[in-house]
Design a binder for this molecule. Structure first.
Ligand code: GAR
Length: 203
């Protein structure tokens, strides 16, 4: 019996290791409630695009266009609609989505950020934690809202900051947790979405 799955897209800008973790979980776990049908990058050269193609997932590269963000987002929207996407997972996607786009996808865009939000939003979160002398760092999965790195938290994972840590060392320790946390939160979120849809259908 095939159970219902949410159709997901993953948006990346670079390496795509969180994307790979999501694809891997969806592939290895028959009960994973998301089918990732599409990976989109805003950078043609993103290494993650090759990883996604090797995993048999359809990809699209949408580089910035001179006409601006609304045209770029309209193109993205059209690709997402073509693939009947219900859920967007940002995975190292470094472009800000407009308030209008986020409103159109309200509650259906998730993000992973390499800090314990609300601490250290924005760029270079791991360096921010080190500069601040934080004793602990970590990662957060949250629902995306119009305000950057600020939506409702779905899960967090903590790691210690070791004396003398470099940004790379701390980032690697956090990244290992990201790869565990993101698939877990996405699965939980999708199960709840499917359950409430089923309930609405029954009622
Ligand atoms: C990850 O650490 C992710 O949390 C971070 O970029 C890295 C992407 O790595 N995202 C942000 O900082 C978003 N604000 P990946 O491409 O290997 O998944």
């Amino acid at each position: 019996m095939t159970s219902a799955r949410v159709r997901g897209a993953i948006l990346i800008s670079g390496r795509g290791s969180n994307m790979a973790a999501l694809l891997q979980h969806a592939k290895l776990d028959d009960s994973f409630p998301v089918q990732f049908a599409l990976v989109v990058s805003d950078k043609i050269e993103a290494a993650g695009l090759g990883t996604a193609t090797s995993a048999g997932v359809k990809t699209a590269a949408l580089k910035s266009c001179r006409e601006g963000r609304s045209v770029w987002e309209a193109e993205l929207q059209s690709i997402l609609e073509d693939e009947d996407i219900d859920l967007i997972c940002l995975a190292g996607f470094m472009r800000l989505l407009s308030a209008d786009f986020v409103a159109a996808w309200e509650g259906r865009i998730l993000n992973i950020h390499p800090s314990l939000l609300p601490d250290y939003p924005g760029l270079d979160a791991q360096a921010q934690a080190l500069d601040d002398g934080a004793a602990e760092a970590g990662c957060t999965v949250h629902i995306v809202t119009a305000e950057m790195d600020a939506g409702p938290v779905l899960g967090q994972s903590r790691v210690p900051v070791q004396p003398g840590d470099s940004v790379d060392e701390l980032s690697a320790r956090i990244l290992a947790e990201e790869h565990r946390l993101y698939p877990q939160c996405v699965a939980q979120y999708a199960r709840e979405t499917l359950a409430s849809k089923e309930q609405a259908h029954a009622g």
